[in-house]
Design a protein around this ligand. Structure first.
Ligand code: ADP
Length: 480
């Protein structure tokens, strides 16, 4: 059987460039779709990050286009065969992506030239694809999130890329709260768009990547079924378009890469799981807690994630204070970065309870793996969560999730009191969160029951197998 080819276009992919869950998805879904007869390829920008500077990359294409009257030059590089479990290309656009952070400047704010960056990346990829001398061809283009949301329109409606007009486009919404919305004057960034088509780039008076993607992609999905329903309530463009063409929209739960996230083989863990989960937990607690504060055998509740309104870190701090006032036998570890106000808030909590609360401000992949391995609970007080991956990593590493019932968390974290393997709560309130953590600590005290649930949680199949088959089923429909 000849393979069918799919190109994933994304601004993140693990391990070369990760800022959050989208990287995990783009770095793992391709591995699993290759088991379904599809040959995956991924293309991202080339950043000034360690991976790019330590792997062999060969230039395969050089191009140039005019943007706002000025030439933009770019190079497409291919990573050496075998460096990733799929073909991987990256686009070098000097001055735009050769930075040591994917999205945020040194002050934690988005880059000012985000429109130029995103549009130049999309145009570079499409110019490379549509060049008649390019021998690499694809049956499906799969676009990930708003940064590349104009691709389906550009492919189908602009003369610049008419060679590839017939390739179906799939669009995945990883997080509908983010979008690329530009004033009309930024139309200069695009190749020529016929005047009668300009209206299709617009939503509410601005050029809108997500709305455009939803109009022109052949299929659109969100990363969990519940999130699709929530988004229909919140995103007027999705509500409108899913009413017009309901069959075009679906929700597919993310999976995780069970080879990367395997506590027995994880290269980022110094203390791997051998046979005893208790020993695994103890050793990892000793490792991450020893330098920071007193080691003890009390339960560890951790938070890993962005300090953004979405993730509910602001609810967590007062909730931890309340828990510490009531329970002496609990420690907390907070790993994350983002909102400067929240960072200070968390640091002041740590200063107040130096023996009970540890924190690390910044992005640290290896530490995240160790925190999952050390923790007994991972807390996720998200206000909304398109899918959430932490709860799955947590379970694999023997930690239960304490999660708010929203989006993908609703689909994956079922409360232990109703037969599930986690602790869930309804509202994004300090009271509800505190009550959920307190229930988790009560469960932990019942060691036999806790370990029974933990053991079942570690065995849950979170792999991509089922969801990858769903993706490929839709790909097959799109090309038939
Ligand atoms: P997001 O909305 O941020 O994409 P997800 O739950 O989908 O949330 O994925 C978050 C991913 O980022 C997980 O792999 C998590 O372990 C990782 N992560 C988040 N913050 C940090 C951090 N400060 N250091 C290391 N890893 C982090």
């Amino acid at each position: 059987m000849t393979n069918k080819n799919v190109l994933h276009i994304s601004t993140e992919c693990y391990p070369p460039a990760k800022a959050g869950g989208m990287a995990d998805v783009v770095g793992s879904l391709p591995k699993y779709i290759s088991k379904e007869g599809w040959k995956p390829t991924v293309i991202t920008p080339r950043y000034n990050l360690k991976w790019f500077n330590t792997h062999e990359l060969t230039s395969v294409y050089s191009g140039s286009f005019e943007m706002e009257g000025l030439p933009t030059n770019f190079n497409v590089y291919k990573a050496e065969e075998g460096s990733l479990p799929f073909d991987y290309y990256c686009v070098d656009i000097p001055g735009r992506f050769d930075r040591d952070s994917i999205y945020l400047n040194e002050f934690g704010h988005g880059y000012q030239d985000e429109p130029e960056r995103n549009v130049s990346f999309q145009r570079s990829v499409l110019q490379w694809l549509s060049d008649p001398n390019n021998k690499t061809s694809f049956d499906i283009i799969h676009c990930h999130d708003h940064q590349v949301g104009f691709v389906p329109f550009l492919v189908k409606k602009t003369a610049a890329y008419e060679n590839i007009r017939n390739i179906p486009c799939f669009y995945t919404i990883h997080n509908g709260a983010y979008n690329s919305r530009y004033p009309w004057t930024r139309l200069d960034l695009f190749p020529h768009v016929a005047p009668n088509l300009r209206q299709y780039l617009e939503w509410d008076g601005k050029l809108d990547a997500v709305a455009t993607a939803m109009r022109f992609a052949d299929h659109v999905n969100t990363v969990s079924p519940s999130y699709l329903e929530e988004m229909k309530q919140q995103l007027p463009s999705l509500q409108f378009m899913s009413q017009k063409e309901p069959g075009k929209f679906s929700g597919t739960l993310n999976g995780i890469d069970e080879e990367v996230w395997n506590p027995k083989t994880d290269e980022l863990l110094d203390k791997k799981l051998v046979s005893s989960v208790d020993k695994f937990k103890r050793e990892n607690k000793e490792e991450i807690l020893s330098e920071l504060y007193r080691v003890s055998d009390v339960p560890l509740v951790s938070f890993i994630g962005r300090f953004a309104h979405q993730k509910g870190g602001d609810l967590l701090v007062p909730s931890i204070e309340r828990i510490l006032a009531r329970f002496g036998f609990v420690n907390f570890f907070i790993l994350g970065s983002g909102d400067a106000y929240l960072e200070k808030f968390i640091q002041s909590l740590r200063d107040k309870f130096p023996e009970r609360v540890a924190c690390y401000m910044g992005y640290n992949e290896a530490l995240a793996h160790k925190v999952y391995a050390a923790s007994d609970f991972i807390v996720m007080p998200s206000r909304f969560e398109p899918c959430g991956l932490n709860q799955m990593f947590a379970n694999r590493y023997g930690a239960l999730a304490i999660a708010r019932k929203t989006g993908g968390l609703k689909d994956t974290v079922i409360d232990f009191e109703t037969g599930g393997l986690g602790i869930s709560f309804d509202y994004d309130s300090i009271d509800d969160l505190t009550h959920a953590i307190a229930r988790a600590l009560q469960l932990y005290k019942d060691s036999k029951e806790y370990k029974k649930i933990r053991s079942a949680a570690m065995k849950v199949d979170y792999s991509w197998s089922k969801s990858a088959a769903e993706y490929c089923h839709i790909y097959n429909q799109l090309i038939s």
